[in-house]
Design a protein around this ligand. Structure first.
Ligand SMILES: [Ca+2]
Ligand SMILES: [Ca+2]
Length: 272
C-alpha cells in the first residue's frame, strides 16, 4: 500500500528541466561612443524563473579571464520575458562596459565561486555563452558547443537569436545581425539585415591535405590558425573554396573564411 501512496507524491514533483534562460541578444559596439551596449537574457519558458544563483560573466579574449561579473540572484524573468544588462535606455541593471571583442559573455548557475576579476575561463555550471570578435580565439570557443561559430558585431546592428531563444544553449548558429531590440522581441526588428554568421560546410572535416569550403556566399580569402591562434596559412584567391595544407602537423586548427560582402566566419577543423 505504501508504494501506491508514493506515486501521487512523485507526480507532484514538477520537472523544470525545460525551463531555460538564454543569452538572447548582445550589442557590444555602436557608432561613435558605445552608449547603447547591452546583453539581453530571455526566459523561453511559460513560467516566471528566479535568477537566484545565476551570474553573468564577461571574459576578456586577451587573457581568457573574466573582466566583469554580474550576480543576478535578486532578480527574476517573467514567462517569455527579457532581462537587460546594459547602458542602453530601459536596462534592468546597468553595465559599466562591454568590450568590443574578441571576447565572450557567459551565463552560469550555482557556480561555487564568484567570478571576481581575472577568474580563468571555466565550463563548470555553464548555462549559455556567446563568443564574438574578429580574431579567432580557440580558448573562448570552448564555451560553445562543437562547430559553433564566433560572431562578429558591427556598429549598426546587434547580434540576436532569430527568433527569441532559437538555437539553444551554447549555440551561436541562430544569431543574426539586426536592428537592436533590447528588452523586446527579436522578431520585432523589421529592417532587412545581413547575417553576420555564415554556416559554411567544410569538406572533409577531419581532413588530410585539401580542405574544400562550401558556402552560399562568394569566398574572398581563407585563413588557417593554429591552436595558439597564430595564422599559418592564408589563401587570398579562394573563390573556388580550396586550401591546401600539405606539411601541416595533425591537430586542431581554426579556419577563418572571409566573404566578399565583408562578413567573416570561423570554424574548428581537425587535420588527421
Ligand atoms: Ca563596447
Ligand atoms: Ca531583443
Amino acid at each position: 500500500m505504501k508504494k501506491l501512496l508514493l506515486l501521487p507524491l512523485c507526480l507532484l514533483i514538477v520537472n523544470h528541466s525545460n525551463a531555460q534562460i538564454l543569452i538572447n541578444e548582445i550589442d557590444p559596439d555602436q557608432t561613435g561612443s558605445d552608449v547603447a551596449e547591452f546583453i539581453e537574457l530571455y526566459n523561453s519558458s511559460a513560467s516566471s524563473i528566479s535568477l537566484d544563483g545565476y551570474e553573468l560573466v564577461l571574459y576578456n579574449g586577451s587573457d581568457n579571464a573574466s573582466y566583469a561579473n554580474y550576480p543576478l540572484d535578486i532578480y527574476s524573468i517573467e514567462a517569455n520575458g527579457y532581462f537587460v544588462i546594459g547602458n542602453v535606455a530601459g536596462a534592468d541593471i546597468s553595465l559599466s562596459s562591454l568590450q568590443n571583442g574578441t571576447d565572450a559573455i557567459a551565463l552560469y548557475k550555482d557556480h561555487p565561486n564568484s567570478f571576481t576579476n581575472d577568474t580563468p575561463l571555466t565550463l563548470d555550471n555553464l548555462v549559455d555563452a556567446v563568443v564574438y570578435g574578429n580574431s579567432p580565439n580557440e580558448v573562448l570557443l570552448t564555451l560553445l558547443n562543437a562547430d559553433e561559430v564566433q560572431l562578429i558585431d558591427d556598429t549598426e546592428t546587434s547580434l540576436q537569436r532569430d527568433t527569441d531563444g532559437a538555437g539553444g544553449a551554447r549555440n551561436t548558429s541562430a544569431f543574426v545581425s539586426r536592428t537592436p531590440t533590447p528588452g523586446a522581441s527579436n522578431s520585432t526588428a523589421t529592417n532587412s539585415y545581413t547575417p553576420k554568421t555564415e554556416k559554411i560546410k567544410v569538406i572533409p572535416n577531419p581532413f588530410y591535405n585539401d580542405i574544400r569550403i562550401e558556402s552560399s556566399r562568394k569566398i574572398k580569402a581563407i585563413h588557417l590558425f593554429n591552436a595558439a591562434c597564430n595564422q599559418i596559412l592564408k589563401n587570398n584567391n579562394s573563390i573556388d573554396g580550396y586550401i591546401e595544407t600539405t606539411g601541416l602537423k595533425a591537430g586542431l586548427y581554426i579556419l577563418q573564411v572571409d566573404f566578399f560582402d565583408g562578413n567573416t566566419t570561423t570554424q574548428k577543423v581537425i587535420k588527421k
